[in-house]
Design a protein around this ligand. Sequence first.
Ligand code: ADP
Ligand code: MG
Length: 729
Amino acid sequence: MSTLRFKSIEEANSHKPVKVEMPADRPEKYYGEMVFDRRKMFEYLPGEVFNTLIEAIDNKRPISRQTADAVAEGMKRWAIENGARHYTHWFHPLTGGTAEKHDAFIEHDGKGGVVERFSGKVLVQQEPDASSFPNGGIRNTFEARGYSAWDISSPAFILDGTLCIPTVFISYTGESLDYKTPLLRALNSVDRAGTRVAHLFDPEVKHVISYLGWEQEYFLVDEALYMARPDLMLTGRTLMGHESAKNQQLEDHYFGAIPGRVEAFMLDLELECHRLGIPAKTRHNEVAPNQFELAPVFEETNFANDHNLLLMSLMDKVARRHNFRVLLHEKPFNGINGSGKHNNWSLGTDTGTMLFSPAKTAEGNLRFLTFTVAVMSAVHRHNALVKASIASATNAHRLGANEAPPAIVSMFLGRELSKILDDIEKGNTEVLATMAGKQKVNLDVAQIPQLSLDNTDRNRTSPFAFTGNRFEFRAVGSSANSAAAMIVINSAVAEALDELADAVEKRMEEGATRDDAIMSELRRLIAQCRDIHFDGNGYSDEWKEEAARRGLDTEASVPLMYDAYLAPRSQEMFTREGVLSPTELLARNEVKWEMYTKKVQIESRVLGDLAVNHILPVAIRYQNMLLDNVQKINGLFDSDKAAVIAYQDLNSIEELSDHVAAIKSGVERMTAARKVANRIGEQRGKAIAYHDTVVPEMEEIRYHIDKLELMVDNEMWPLPKYREMLFIR
Ligand code: ADP
Ligand code: MG
């Protein structure tokens, strides 16, 4: 093992960058070439079919079987011309990631040969034999399968010779078994409610669109070193490993020069992204060694999320070509920054107004404040739910650590916006007078500060920050499907917008002017939700106490965080907005608890095996070496002298045996705790037991293993160490 380890490290450090063939063309030539986008639809579909399809996409309407057949024919022709032999319905199961089952286009031609066919029926609907995907009990596997149905608003694409058709995955009784279905429903509800509020300002608005720009953080590790770490291979993170003497203290990695090997990987990845229509734009080193980030230009939330999921599988594939493994886990290394996926989120109208951008007119600013206060109100009321939307067994290691958002949801607004909201709440300022009274008057800069300046005084400790023209939700985990967060945020904001519209319309019916109606509602909301606003240091202990005093959710146990989905106010909100029914919420929570248990269970087993089979034998061997040494010393010197000489060894032997004993008893207790937990029938109770009784034992075992790593002869240590894995040259 140790020889393999050292050979690998030399190899790892001597890898030359893999040469990436760059196309001769500029990106605009090959951008989206693997996507059946509107340009290709126009080219490959008969005129009236194209018009019908576009009309259906734009107005969110279903298409007829005839249209589907014609679309399927054109899509197949395009796919085959581009080398595809298979097709698949591509969906987003509750396990996370993406799922696909490939079928070849071929069918019998009736003459003993085959012909390549693809019908509208197959395009529009499939019954994948996906009965083993978790469904929280909704879909009894004996009765009915779920089916997948084409989401016509997401374009199909070709990946590795397979035509991928983005689909929703639902049960026969109509319940969602995936992330895409409720995401589309949430986007519809924020569109509808947002349009209602936008109409207070502009009757021309037909749609409000939700935008998402994610920033994906990740680690790269050399493949050979990854292979030598069973914990990384099986759980995505190191379950043991002492911090390296140098890690990120100097912050010299952040925005530093990108190593050649990594740069080649990034180039290759960007190329694949651009061919698939993912607008990858920004790449840089992150704070931790070997940590990097990729960010695209933001897009409509549904596409952006498809693209993020696609990106995660591309990363995995491309990394292998470069002898890397990509780690998307939220906390692959202890003591080193974890990875998140910041979700930059905003709303805009189909008429081109960005609703969280401060404007130059009073009218525009009133609109900006109306939408912004609605978001505050939503995040305030549903702060526990917003947190639950990003809670997972893996993200739990990152949240609340001293480099990631705390496990409390609050909002950062910045100095200028805070002041304006304070002024409005007090009801006695120039801002208010000008805005409420003389609607058409242009405000001068002194009255409405340039909020875009806020970009500079960013508070990295805030989980939900206003950043000038959007909100940045930073608590999302790097491996997560962002849809979970986007479902909650868009539906909660839809609810707040609906309520705001109700209140304003009512006041106007009672005779108030529009401005007075809006201003008094804003004043009421600001006073009501001011507790969500926190611009201070989210890492501090005082904040935890203060947040609890304010009544914000401070729950730290992931299985208990999930309860927020079932709270009456959440169920009401999801029902009112038509996003998730109480049945769906319950079923999805069952899946969440089950996933939590499974993740911890696997980690706990892997840790137990590694401790017993890898670490303890080595520690005992090393201990024997020291014992041999002491005996030899005793043989050579008289007893007084020998005692002095062997003093250090004896100390080490004692310390080693303490750690060995602690690991042994820890593994025994952990196994016993698992057995007890496994006997619990219901998922919530089981997950709680895993959290409360198994996780603490794992931490204890790890502590002792990490101590041993510092004591045992380096030559003997069976796993690559942090310093060996974390510094790609
Ligand atoms: P930073 O690291 O400073 O937060 P980045 O440039 O890495 O900024 O990422 C910002 C992300 O936010 C990008 O994906 C960008 O497209 C996205 N973004 C910018 N404006 C908006 C907006 N109005 N709505 C949604 N996303 C946006
Ligand atoms: Mg950011």
